[in-house]
Design a protein around this ligand. Structure first.
Ligand code: SAH
Ligand code: SF4
Ligand code: F3S
Length: 457
C-alpha cells in the first residue's frame, strides 16, 4: 500500500475524533501517508455519527457526492466507520455500490486489512462487537512535539454505555460498557507526557462510570480498574502533566470522591461538562436519566464548595415527547439555578430502536424550535455575563494556534476551557503548546480577549 495517501472525515463527539486519530496511526503504520487534502487522497475514511437524524443523513449525502470523487481518479477507495456504520452495517454496502468497506466502532484494528482487501476488489463490512480488552490495544499516536503542535491529547478510559437513556442510540452503536486497565491508562499518559503533552482529556461515554462494574462485583483488583476518582488521583501524580480534563461524566456516578477530587487535585481543571438534558423531573424520568433535578443541583452545590471558580457546562434537549410548557420552564430555571456558563442544546430527534421513538406525544417542530431559541437566548446572556465577570482577571492560556479572527491574534484555552484570544500574540512569537499568563481585557459572547503578561526583563 506504499505511497497511497489517505484522508479521514470525522463527525460526532470527541470519542469519534480520537477514533479517527487511532485509525490514522494504524494507516500510517501500514505505510500510508496522510494527504494534505481530500482531493489529494487515494483513500477516504468517513467516521460517522448517528446521535441525531441529521447526523446520520449527513453520511448519505456525503456518500452521494463521493461518487464523483471516486470517478475522478481510478482506484480510489471509500471506507465508512463509526456509529452509523455500527448501526446500519453491511446494508450500507448494498445501498451504495461505490462504497468499499464498512467497519464498526469495535473494529478499528481491522481497517488496514479491510483496505488491503478493498484494493484487491473485495468489499467487506465488519461490525462485530468485541468485549475484550484487546480493542484498547492500539498503537499510540506519535505526537509530533515540541513545535507546531497543540500539546494536548485524548486518552480512552472506558467505552460503551449501559445506561439506555430512552432517547439515545449510543448503547446500540457503542455496545456494552468496558473499562480499560488503569496500568495501561497510566502507561499511556506517562508516554504522552514524556513526548511533551501538557494536557490530557480522559474519554468515555459515561467516563465517571469507570470501573464501576468491577468495583460493584468486588473484582476491581483482578480487573485492574478502580473508582474514577482514584484513577484521577493517580494521574494527577504524574510529574509534568499540567492539566487533566474528562468528558462526559454522568450525574448518577458523580460521587463525593469525585467532588473532593476537584478540591484536592491541582492538575484537575476547574471545568466540568455535566449533561443534565432537562430540568423537569417528569421528563428526566421519561428520559430514564435516573436522577432528579435536586440531585443534579446538589452535585453542583458540592462542586462549587470544592472549587468556587468552577465553570459548569451542560447538554440539554428540548421537545422531548410530552414536554409541556411547564417542563420547559423548569429547564430554563435549571440553566439559571445551576449557573451554566455554556451549553450545547438540541431539539429531540427520534432514533431507531430507542424507547422514546415509540412514545408518541410528539412535540410540533415549530414549538421545539421556539423553545430551542429561547433556551439559547438565555444561555447567550449567561455566557456573556460569565465572560464579563472574568474581565480584569489573570488566566493561564495554553496556546492552540492562530485565532479564527486573524489579525495577528493567537488563540488558546484557559483552565476553565474558555477560548482566550491574545492580542499581539503573533508578534511575540508565542508558539502553539506554550502556556502563557494573560490579563483578560474584554468579553464577547463566544470568547475572551486578553493580553499576554510577559515576565519583567
Ligand atoms: N453520554 C453523555 C451524552 C452523549 S450524547 C451523557 O449521558 O450525558 C451527546 C448529547 O447529545 C447528549 O448529552 C444529548 O444532549 C444529545 N442527544 C443524544 N441523543 C439525542 C437525541 N435523540 N435527540 C437530540 N439530542 C440527543
Ligand atoms: Fe446516551 Fe444516556 Fe449513555 Fe449518555 S448515558 S451515552 S445519553 S444512553
Ligand atoms: Fe455520535 Fe457516536 Fe459520538 S453517535 S456523538 S459519534 S458516540
Amino acid at each position: 500500500m506504499n505511497s497511497k495517501h489517505f484522508a479521514i472525515r470525522t463527525y460526532g463527539c470527541q470519542m469519534n475524533v480520537h477514533d479517527s486519530e487511532k485509525v490514522s496511526t494504524l494507516l500510517e503504520d501500514s505505510g500510508l501517508i496522510a494527504a494534505a487534502s481530500e482531493s489529494e487522497a487515494d483513500v477516504l475514511v468517513i467516521n460517522t455519527c448517528s446521535i441525531r437524524d441529521k447526523a446520520e443523513h449527513q453520511l448519505y449525502s456525503d456518500l452521494g457526492r463521493l461518487r464523483e470523487w471516486k470517478a475522478e481518479k481510478p482506484g480510489r477507495i471509500v471506507g465508512v466507520g463509526g456509529c452509523v456504520a455500527q448501526q446500519v452495517g453491511d446494508k450500507l454496502l448494498s445501498r451504495f455500490s461505490h462504497l468499499d468497506f464498512v467497519f464498526g466502532t469495535h473494529n478499528l484494528r481491522r481497517v488496514p486489512a479491510m483496505l488491503a482487501g478493498a484494493l484487491e476488489g473485495n468489499r467487506a463490512a465488519w461490525v462485530a462487537e468485541d468485549k475484550s480488552q484487546a480493542r484498547f490495544d492500539l498503537p499510540m499516536r506519535r505526537p509530533q512535539v515540541p513545535t507546531g503542535i497543540r500539546r494536548k491529547a485524548f486518552v480512552t478510559v472506558m467505552e460503551g454505555c449501559d445506561m439506555f437513556c430512552s432517547f439515545c442510540i449510543v448503547p446500540s452503536t457503542r455496545g456494552r460498557e468496558i473499562s480499560r486497565r488503569a496500568s495501561e491508562i497510566e502507561a499511556e499518559v506517562h508516554a504522552l507526557v514524556d513526548s511533551g503533552i501538557l494536557e490530557i482529556t480522559l474519554l468515555g461515554q459515561t467516563v465517571n462510570a469507570y470501573g464501576r462494574h468491577d468495583v460493584r462485583r468486588g473484582n476491581a483488583v483482578a480487573a485492574g480498574t478502580m473508582p474514577f476518582a482514584e484513577l484521577l488521583t493517580r494521574l494527577n501524580d504524574i510529574p509534568g502533566l499540567e492539566r487533566i480534563r474528562y468528558t462526559s461524566p454522568h450525574p448518577l456516578f458523580f460521587d463525593d470522591d469525585l467532588i473532593r477530587a476537584h478540591q484536592e487535585l491541582g492538575g484537575l481543571c476547574p471545568h466540568v461538562h455535566l449533561p443534565v438534558q432537562s430540568g423537569s423531573d417528569r421528563i428526566l424520568e421519561a428520559m430514564r436519566r435516573r436522577y432528579t433535578r435536586d440531585h443534579y443541583l446538589g452535585i453542583v452545590e458540592g462542586l462549587r464548595q470544592a472549587r468556587p471558580d468552577l465553570a459548569l457546562t451542560s447538554d440539554l434537549i428540548v421537545g422531548f415527547p410530552g414536554e409541556t410548557d411547564a417542563d420547559f420552564e423548569q429547564t430554563l430555571d435549571l440553566v439559571r439555578d445551576a449557573g451554566l456558563i455554556d451549553s450545547f442544546s438540541f431539539k429531540y430527534s427520534p432514533r431507531p430502536g430507542t424507547a422514546a421513538a415509540e412514545m408518541g406525544e410528539e412535540i410540533p417542530a415549530e414549538l421545539a424550535q421556539e423553545r430551542l431559541m429561547r433556551l439559547q437566548d438565555l444561555q447567550r446572556e449567561q455566557t456573556l455575563a460569565y465572560h464579563q465577570s472574568r474581565v480584569g482577571q489573570e488566566a493561564l492560556v495554553l496556546i492552540d494556534g492562530a485565532s479564527r479572527h486573524g489579525g495577528g491574534q493567537i488563540s488558546g484555552r484557559d483552565p476553565h476551557h474558555r477560548v482566550v484570544n491574545l492580542d499581539a500574540g503573533a508578534d511575540l512569537g508565542l508558539e502553539p503548546g506554550t502556556i502563557v499568563a494573560a490579563r483578560i481585557l474584554e468579553a464577547t459572547p463566544h470568547s475572551l480577549l486578553g493580553t499576554p503578561l510577559l515576565p519583567a526583563g
